[in-house]
Design a protein around this ligand. Structure first.
Ligand code: ATP
Length: 385
């Protein structure tokens, strides 16, 4: 096992902006690191530079203390697990796992047998050693691919979107499986995905990339609770954070739905700004009728007409359209483009407690928690709070 240090890594293909732009990420020994971001953010290029499938324009790639920039992929001793698992359909599970050992011609049959049986016990594949990949479930195939990596005593596992071809249910199962195995084996892992749910559920830490630039490197909880900027705030969380233009006057925030008094420490951080973007996660709102009085005192309540509600059993979402002047609408749509996000309609997404009885088309009192709001600088896009 080994730590992976990426130091000021740059990848430039031709002209244009670099595919990877001065990225530094330290993956600790045994850590599960996720590289996440929208298409084209440079995550696959970064992974390919770790493995050695892509030259590094500048910076240092250090694996297990060795600088590997000039090392061929086979000399880096890393195991890449691909989307389609790259198993040989005509070979049994046993032979698929043994394959890299036979290829290296450095092991006796006895050694190979011991290693394959050890790995398959660990992966609970020992009952399926005679089967061919075609007769295995998706999860079992994934384990065979990991078994191959284990017998090689690889220094780290690298995954490039391994679950993107699977349906939602299987993806969920496989996610749990990969997470369980990684923890059990304690193997340093770098995992590329564009799916924020995968990132949040699998990673010890998550590196969020946009246009080749590292936006934030943090634990899933930190990313969710304390996003550095508008991009991270909008990318992490589903349904996404609401973004609303807000004018500031002392500790008063004027939002499209009304005035909110913000806590003194937040007010001090936005002093001198006229306009900010308020970031409010759906669950920072609720039906005021089900919120206790202590919590009501921590925020503001406003009256709104609920357009649509979605009831999910244990919770519900309400959609509340709001009127916005033309310049604000323009600003929101520019932001939407810049952030590469889905359309930010002028509507609020509100997460309601299951006890709420608000119905579609009704007017209701909606509570918003002022302590939780994030306030962003519209020009730098940084989180000011
Ligand atoms: P996706 O999820 O779509 O694969 P990604 O985040 O993994 O995207 P990369 O594949 O790393 O992104 O690509 C990053 C940028 O580098 C993109 O703008 C892409 O067009 C560019 N790029 C990638 N490979 C090459 C190449 N071989 N030659 C030129 N440009 C490339």
């Amino acid at each position: 096992m080994a730590a992976i240090e990426m130091k000021n890594i740059v990848k430039q293909y031709g002209d244009g902006f670099p595919a990877v732009n001065d990225v530094s990420i330290d993956v600790a020994d045994g850590e599960f690191m996720i590289l996440v971001g929208p298409s084209g953010c440079g995550k696959s290029t970064l992974l390919r530079m770790i493995v050695g499938l892509e030259d590094i324009t500048s910076g240092d790639m250090i694996i297990g203390g060795d600088r590997v920039n000039e090392k061929a992929p086979r000399d880096r001793n890393l195991a890449m697990v691909f989307q389609n698992y790259a198993l040989y359909p005509h070979l049994t599970v046993y032979e698929n796992i043994a394959f890299p050992l036979r290829l290296s011609k450095q092991h006796s049959d006895e050694e190979i047998d011991t290693k394959v049986r050890e790995a398959s016990r660990l992966l609970e594949l020992d009952e399926h050693l005679d089967r061919k990949p075609g007769n295995l479930s998706g999860g079992q195939r994934q384990r065979v691919a990991m078994g191959r990596a284990i017998v090689r005593d690889a220094q780290a596992f690298l995954f490039d979107e391994p679950l993107s071809n699977l349906d939602a249910k299987l993806r969920g199962q496989m996610r749990t499986e990969i997470s369980r195995l990684q923890r059990r084996l304690g193997i340093t892992t770098v995992y590329v995905t564009h799916d924020q749910t995968e990132a949040m559920t699998l990673g010890d830490r998550v590196a969020v990339l946009k246009r080749g630039i590292l936006q934030q490197l943090a634990t899933p909880r930190e990313l969710y609770d304390q996003p550095n900027n508008l991009f991270v705030a909008g990318f992490i969380g589903s349904p996404p954070m609401n973004f609303l233009p807000a004018t500031v006057q002392g500790d008063q925030l004027e939002l499209p739905f009304g005035k909110v008094t913000i806590p003194a420490e937040k007010a001090s951080k936005v002093q001198g700004k006229d306009l900010v973007i308020a970031g409010i996660r759906p669950e920072y709102f609720d039906d005021a009728a089900v919120v206790d009085s202590a919590r009501l005192a921590q925020g503001a309540t406003f009256r709104a007409t609920v357009d649509v509600t979605e009831w999910l059993g244990n919770e519900a979402y309400a959609y509340i359209p709001f009127e916005a002047p033309a310049d604000v609408r323009e600003q929101l749509s520019a932001l939407e483009k810049e952030l590469e996000m889905e359309a930010m309609h002028p509507q609020l997404v509100v997460n309601l407690d299951a006890a709420s009885r608000i119905r579609e088309g009704e007017e209701a009192d909606i509570f918003v928690d002022a302590r939780k709001m994030h306030l962003f600088d519209p020009s730098s896009q940084e989180n000011l709070t």
